[in-house]
Design a protein around this ligand. Structure first.
Ligand SMILES: *Cc1c(COP(=O)(O)O)cnc(C)c1O
Length: 618
């Protein structure tokens, strides 16, 4: 059976007993830590592999609606009658958006990650989570018989055989939801103040609704000041402690990839690979791809102007697709080469006999913009595009996207930028100075799996290429684009599971936010730079040009030094590093992209130091 990927959060209620604490914000917007509890809940859901979240709003809906801008995986639907209706009316209302099994929860819940893990990993199709005694003062007791629930009530005398207290996190199959929907419609004729707990009780006799008890679960529903106080003093600290234990216990098992992609991925991204088989020609898969296309464009702020065209290939495939699709037959592309990936663009054009003007700079040197300008000036009548690499991963240099795009705009040229190892790691805005073609792949800073590459194309530019004579077939940008927009299917067989993993990775990106991600990367870089420097290392690239995502380190000139041996020493201890590539002096490279943290970099420096001491290199 497939894992649940959807969640419904009931958030319509007023929470009148809490007014004094939260100044008229809706209940989910109370904060115990940095973020409101609704956002903490969203984080837990996403990290547990939930991919779509529906929030049913009511009171102060605009608070929840603001979340949809931040998180593309959040949708809202409003219960206009929230003041006079019960929670089942909200759930009934969500019918428009519910198509699958889902996790049901309430907006004012604060709970430990384990609650979700238990419920999502369970085999039962319908599962109500129960806890032991909380003495919270507002308990809903659940009566059970064998493995099924029988009834629920706030009045314990109505319970024959107590299973535990209702937590408010449940797994509801689509089948059961349809029954709840139909049953509640009948109830609403008499009573719209009907709650989902009542509905579950009504259906318990004729349906298999199971339960699971976690005796000492840390959770609290915050309904009044007393709850709030207990949350702050007792429950929240316990949740923080337990959640970090779960996260830490996972971390020690993983390998730390310090190579420049594929990057280390999160557990949830790895788990997202395991999905039920699905034919990629089905609408469901088309919807997934459509959502991914949209959100990939959103990462670089091109929603109004750009389209993503996706391929089943490594990153180089998309570079080839772009270069072989968008340069008019009688025109030239100027290709800047200050690293192996710039050179690769030149090689692709050679292979296809595409007219090019090469601007070669030695690997590791910054681009001289005056020199670039004079080449552009000299060839301005021949040229249609300037192509270059944003973060040249061979050496860790950041080429100036803004300046080059601005220059291109002056000369009315288009930009083709290989942003493979900067996309989602360094903030990029394709509309600031227009970037017509931006190329990236799934397995670098967006932190998905290898196997999908993409070009983010300015729509007008892409449409112009419709008339160009074809140099390619599989990799034609325009043909792939039109096939998808017409059929809502990939033109050729896509790597299905990699798409699911990418969906998860994109969700995690928006959860962390673009700013948050580059901040995390840059903090790791600072730790790395300082640590390497203290060990006596020097860098290939001048510090002011560092991309801060990969650092090329000059190899020590010492007969005791041997890259392969150092690599193996580190590899055995869980750290993968990478050799240098074609620079003017010998280097090795350390990347800080992927699901890594400063703690990992500290550990890396510690192990590297051990090696250097053993080999008497320091
Ligand atoms: C990783 C990378 C590529 C593509 O490499 P593949 O092995 O084809 O995925 C291209 N350009 C840059 C700048 C890169 O970092």
């Amino acid at each position: 059976m497939s894992r649940v990927k959807n969640a419904v959060i009931l958030a319509a209620g007023i929470g009148s007993r809490l007014r004094s604490i939260h100044n008229d914000k809706p209940k989910g917007f109370l904060s115990l830590n940095e973020k409101p509890i609704i956002e903490e809940s969203i984080s837990r859901l996403i990290y547990s592999g939930i991919q779509n979240i529906i929030i049913v709003t009511g009171y102060k809906r605009e608070f929840y609606e603001s979340l949809t801008k931040k998180y593309p995986f959040v949708k809202t639907i409003n219960n206009d009658f929230y003041e006079s209706t019960g929670s089942m009316y909200s759930l009934w209302k969500a019918n428009e958006l519910i198509e699958k099994d889902f996790i049901l929860l309430e907006s004012d819940l604060n709970y430990e990650l384990n609650a979700l893990q238990v419920i999502m990993n369970s085999k039962e199709k319908n599962l109500i989570l129960l806890s032991g005694k909380t003495a919270a003062g507002d308990e809903v007791y659940v009566g059970v018989e064998k493995n099924k629930i029988v009834n629920m009530s706030k009045n314990i005398s109505e319970i024959k055989n107590l299973g535990g207290e209702l937590v408010g996190i449940s797994k509801i199959s689509f089948e059961l939801y349809q029954k709840m929907f139909a049953h509640s419609e009948l109830q609403f004729e008499k009573n719209k103040n009907y709650h989902y707990e009542d509905c579950l009780t009504d259906l318990a006799a004729s349906n298999e609704i199971n339960y699971k008890v976690i005796e000492d679960l840390a959770w609290i529903e915050i309904d009044d000041e007393q709850h709030y106080k207990r949350a702050v003093e007792v429950i929240n600290p316990l949740i923080i402690k337990r959640d970090s234990e779960i996260q830490f216990s996972k971390k020690v098992e993983r390998n730390i990839l310090l190579n420049p992609g594929p990057a280390t991925t999160s557990d949830a991204v790895k788990k997202a690979l395991v999905v039920e088989d699905i034919c990629p020609r089905e609408k469901e898969f088309g919807d997934l791809v459509e959502g991914i296309r949209k959100d990939l464009v959103k990462v670089v702020h091109g929603e109004d102007t750009h389209e993503a065209v996706l391929f089943a290939s490594s990153g180089t495939g998309a570079v080839e697709a772009c270069l072989t699709s968008v340069i008019p037959e009688n025109k030239y592309v100027l290709i800047i080469n200050n690293g192996a990936y710039g050179k690769r663009m030149q090689q692709i054009c050679e292979g296809f006999n595409i007219n090019q003007i090469k601007f070669d700079v030695s690997f590791g040197d910054p681009i001289n913009l005056l020199q670039l300008r004079s080449i552009v000036e000299k060839n301005k009548n021949k040229l249609s595009q300037i192509a270059f690499v944003h973060h040249e991963t061979t050496v860790g240099i950041l080429n100036p996207l803004d300046e080059i795009s601005k220059m291109a705009e002056e000369y009315n040229l288009e930009i083709i930028v290989d942003a493979m190892s900067s996309y989602a790691g360094i903030p990029i805005d394709v509309t600031k100075y227009k970037v017509q073609y931006l190329i990236a792949s799934a397995n670098k800073c967006i932190q998905g799996m290898a196997g999908i590459s993409f070009v983010i194309c300015d729509r007008d530019s892409l449409n112009k290429t419709a008339l160009y004579s074809r140099r390619n077939f599989y990799f034609n940008l325009f043909d792939n684009f039109t096939f998808f927009t017409k059929q809502k299917q990939m033109q050729f067989t896509p790597p299905v599971q990699i798409f699911y993993a990418l969906r998860q990775a994109i969700n995690e990106y928006f959860l962390e936010t673009g700013e948050g991600r580059s901040k995390r990367y840059f903090e790791m870089y600072e730790v790395l730079k300082k640590g390497l420097r203290e060990l006596g290392f020097k860098f290939l690239v001048d510090e002011q040009h560092h991309a801060k995502i990969l650092t090329a380190v000059i190899e020590p000139e010492n007969q005791n030094y041997d890259f392969n041996e150092m690599h193996d020493f580190l590899y055995d201890r869980g750290f993968t590093i990478y050799p240098g590539k074609g620079a003017k002096v010998n280097t090795f490279r350390i990347a800080n992209m992927g699901e890594l943290f400063t703690e990992d970099i500290y550990n890396f420096i510690k192990v590297l130091k051990e090696y250097l001491i053993i080999k008497k290199l320091i």
